[in-house]
Design a protein around this ligand. Structure first.
Ligand SMILES: [Zn+2]
Length: 269
């Protein structure tokens, strides 16, 4: 696996005949109290010593990932568009930087249906952002949430249920990774790059302490168990991981420490 290009908003990795492009939707920040100890309490000042804090808050980058191959272009997540924090919604800029047009996207798959992952499917004016994306894959468990979101009305005719083992594109396999949300999915690309959605929200704390959860993890114990299992699997199988909220460029390797793990962002070359 080789990083072939890196820009301020995008990074491109080659895996055989597939290319994965990390696309930044921008960066926001969330309250320190969003990180939670196993007993549900907010972390103490000492526990937050290693946190990546900007303006008194936890730095939160937001990303989507594009998988380009001979069979088409699969967009995994779509950013927040205009639906959440105004500093977000930069996916279009990132695509421009990466030389990808919205018309190039032939399918979309969501890791889950939270606002910073699905909103970019639809423009502010209600138009389809990716007009040639014939199918939009959403985990069976989250179809009802998706359908209930009025913004998503223009997408409903393209909706496809997604189950573990499904391949939304050749070379990409869906893997159940529940806890953050009921149907949260990860995607294994070419058997070696795991695009894992919201398994980690704050890398500076959660790799060293995978037991720390995020306040919006729907099922905290399950989210914790899934995070621990996927980190262990990544180390064991030598998988590179990519995440919606991982630090630049959003893709990296994991190593095991005496306690917990360390994240090593990929570098150019
Ligand atoms: Zn998220």
């Amino acid at each position: 696996m080789r990083v072939v290009r890196m820009g301020p908003l995008s990074a491109e990795v080659e895996l055989g005949d597939l290319t994965v492009i990390a696309l930044s939707d921008g960066e926001t920040a969330m309250p320190l109290t969003h990180l939670r100890a196993p007993d549900g309490a907010a972390l103490t000042e000492a526990e937050l010593a290693r946190a990546d804090v900007v303006g008194g808050k936890l730095r939160l980058p937001v990303r989507a990932f594009l998988v380009k191959g001979p069979a088409g272009c699969l967009m995994i997540d779509t950013g927040a568009a205009d639906a959440w924090h105004p500093v977000l919604g930069r996916l279009g800029e990132a695509m421009l930087e990466a030389g990808v047009a919205v018309q190039d996207v032939t399918a979309v798959a969501l890791t889950h249906t939270h606002v910073d992952h699905l909103s970019g499917l639809v423009d502010a004016d209600g138009g389809l952002r990716f007009p040639n994306a014939a199918r939009v894959f959403v985990a069976t468990e989250e179809l009802a949430d998706f359908r209930a979101d009025a913004r998503m009305a223009p997408v409903l005719a393209r909706l496809m249920p997604l189950e573990q083992g499904d391949g939304p594109m050749r070379g990409v396999v869906a893997i159940n990774a529940p806890g953050h949300s009921p149907g949260h999915m990860a995607f294994l690309v070419d058997g070696r790059l795991l695009i894992w959605g919201d398994i980690v929200h704050h890398a500076a704390v959660q790799f060293a302490r995978p037991e720390v959860t995020w306040v919006f993890d729907t099922y905290q114990p399950q989210a914790r168990a899934t995070r621990e299992a996927l980190m262990a699997r990544a180390v064991e199988q030598g998988l590179v991981v990519a995440g919606a909220h991982l630090p630049d460029p959003g893709i990296g390797r994991i190593s095991a420490l005496a306690q917990g793990y360390a994240f090593h962002p990929l570098e150019l070359g």
